[in-house]
Ligand binder design. Structure first.
Ligand SMILES: Cc1cc2nc3c(=O)[nH]c(=O)nc-3n(C[C@H](O)[C@H](O)[C@H](O)COP(=O)(O)OP(=O)(O)OC[C@H]3O[C@@H](n4cnc5c(N)ncnc54)[C@H](O)[C@@H]3O)c2cc1C
Ligand code: FES
Ligand code: FES
Length: 495
């Protein structure tokens, strides 16, 4: 097993595979530029770039190295700030991203700066050249800069100079770049040569479902890991490393997204960033995907973690983690989503509504060796409204997440599904409230009624994020506001 670390290939021993990547870099490779701020994926000081082959092209993504395990980056090109700096030094000049941060005085104590350079570099590498001819292009460019840096905290400089430094980089000079010293062709060749490397039982990374079944049968007690953005915290915060992992993130069949007339089907290894890109490239007007539904998905995704978290975290992991405050289940419940589960032991597959997936606080129906193969969202014409209530807009945990999908028939509610997060021990549907709303004209429903009906469904807890009363009130306010102000008339079904 090998990693191309900056300019050299490094052989990885089995006992290193389950170490946090940041500790491995700093303690075994003496690469100390990546910093440990929070150790929990929240501050971005540890950001590194991972290059892997995607559709034949080498593509780099920013990740938080503190919560990634070494095994998850085997057979990829790992680029740290040392790699960027050693290359630029030989040419006698800094990388433009570094130079811009100096020019705009965007660093004071410098603790966050390595992570900010790497997050900006990922954005630089992935942004195609654009002459920025319209105001819309410029606004999107600014938004993308903010998204790229949304996972990086700076406690002394202030964000204004950092954002200015990024904005100063002329967009038409961006895109293809060799930040590591080796050229891309050399790296691709090395990655392809390394790909068929040996596997170990303590960290298996199968590349297809057949190999996944073999891996599960060989190590039935192994923990399934996908992006590791939840499991990585077990290692760094609770110091609980599992004896063996099976990594789902390279299983090709689980990386598919398929849109038909009936469903949007998302594979069990698809990351939030991949889904964002897919939806961003979709021409909604010419596709079957209902515009409100596409918009709701596109609204939710940027609210989940940061760019670094979404580059690794998956929709399947968000469901399987069975957290009551996971943000995608309320939307998926409201959209009547089905999950397809496959057993690696028997190869048997079953499909069930997401509403039947959760069995209790952090509990679900998954059996040992069973994995989420597919998440299947029916395409229907309805209005979809969504709100995540949290203290910060980006990279924050929900106090409440509420989603309502409904349609009107002859002016009355003909269909209604309300998904709630942060309101019970699991993500839930507000079934009694839904039943009470059916057949009523939105104008005839008042806020107090919504609150009374909601309390028949849930009794939320009070915690540091919000009190029980606040959670109920904010949900009732949102739902009644949406009912009084429909987004448009697309949800009005034909009489
Ligand atoms: C800084 C930070 C910010 C975050 N912000 C948010 C946020 O805003 N909203 C939010 O909802 N979450 C957030 N999260 C939580 C996390 O990113 C998500 O829950 C993510 O979707 C987990 O996916 P993963 O692939 O990383 O899961 P992993 O950590 O790999 O796995 C999580 C669990 O799911 C299981 N699992 C994973 N994939 C499968 C599969 N295909 N089949 C069966 N079991 C599987 C694993 O065995 C494990 O039990 C945040 C996390 C961090 C570190
Ligand atoms: S150290 Fe804060 S995100 Fe990794
Ligand atoms: S420069 Fe000190 S934390 Fe950013």
């Amino acid at each position: 097993m090998q990693i191309i670390l900056n300019n050299q290939s490094i052989r990885i021993d089995e006992q290193q595979l389950r170490l946090p990547l940041l500790s491995w870099l700093r303690e075994t490779q003496s690469l100390n530029a990546s910093k440990e701020g929070c150790g929990a994926g929240d501050c971005g000081a540890c950001t590194v770039l991972v290059g892997s082959i995607d559709n034949g092209q080498l593509r780099y993504q920013a990740i938080n190295s503190c919560i990634a395990l070494v095994g998850s980056v085997v057979n990829s090109h790992l680029l740290t700030l040392e790699g960027v700096s050693s290359n630029t030094n030989t040419q006698g000049e800094l990388h433009p991203v570094q130079q811009a941060l100096i020019d705009y005085h965007a660093s004071q104590c410098g603790f966050c700066t390595p992570g900010i350079v790497m997050a900006m570099l990922a954005w630089w590498l992935n942004t195609p050249a654009n002459p920025m001819q319209s105001a819309q292009d410029l606004a999107l460019h600014q938004h993308n800069i903010e998204q790229a840096l949304s996972g990086n905290l700076c406690r002394c400089t202030g964000y204004h100079p950092i954002l200015q430094a990024a904005a100063s980089l002329a967009p038409h000079t961006m895109g293809a770049d060799n930040a590591s010293g080796k050229n891309r062709a050399q790296i691709v060749e090395l990655l392809q040569t390394n790909a068929a490397s040996d596997q170990t039982l303590s960290y298996q990374q199968p590349s297809n479902e057949e190999a996944l079944a073999l891996a599960i049968n060989a190590a039935p007690q192994a923990k399934l890991i996908n992006g590791g953005t939840d499991l990585g915290l077990e290692v760094t915060q609770r110091l609980e490393t599992q004896a063996a992992y099976i990594d789902l993130s390279a299983v090709s069949e689980l990386k598919q997204i398929v849109l038909t007339d009936e469903v949007l089907s998302i594979g069990g290894g698809v990351t939030f960033s991949q889904l964002e890109t897919y939806l961003g490239n979709l021409d909604v007007a010419s596709q079957q995907l209902n515009q409100d539904m596409a918009q709701a998905l596109q609204t939710l995704l940027p609210l989940i973690g940061s760019r670094q978290v979404r580059n690794k975290g998956t929709l399947a992991g968000n469901i399987a983690n069975a957290s009551p405050i996971a943000d995608s289940p309320p939307l998926l419940l409201a959209l009547n989503t089905q999950v397809v589960l496959t057993s690696g032991m028997t190869n048997a597959t079953r499909q069930l509504p997401l509403a039947e997936f959760y069995t209790g606080y952090r509990q679900c129906v998954l059996q040992a060796g069973e994995y989420i193969r597919e998440i299947s969202i029916p395409i229907t014409c309805q209005q979809v409204r969504l709100e995540k209530i949290s203290k910060r807009h980006e990279d924050d945990i929900s106090a409440v997440c509420v989603v309502m999908a409904y349609s009107l028939t002859n002016g009355v509610i003909g269909h209604c599904q309300i998904g709630l997060g942060g309101m019970a021990a699991t993500p839930v549907l507000a079934k009694k409230l839904q039943a009470n709303l059916l057949g009523k004209a939105p104008a005839d429903i008042n806020q107090q009624q919504v609150l009374d009906w909601l309390q028949e469904d849930v009794t939320p807890m009070s915690d540091v994020r919000a009190s029980s009363a606040y959670r109920l009130q904010v949900c009732a306010n949102l739902l009644s506001h949406w009912l009084q102000q429909p987004s448009n008339n697309k949800g009005e079904a034909a009489a």
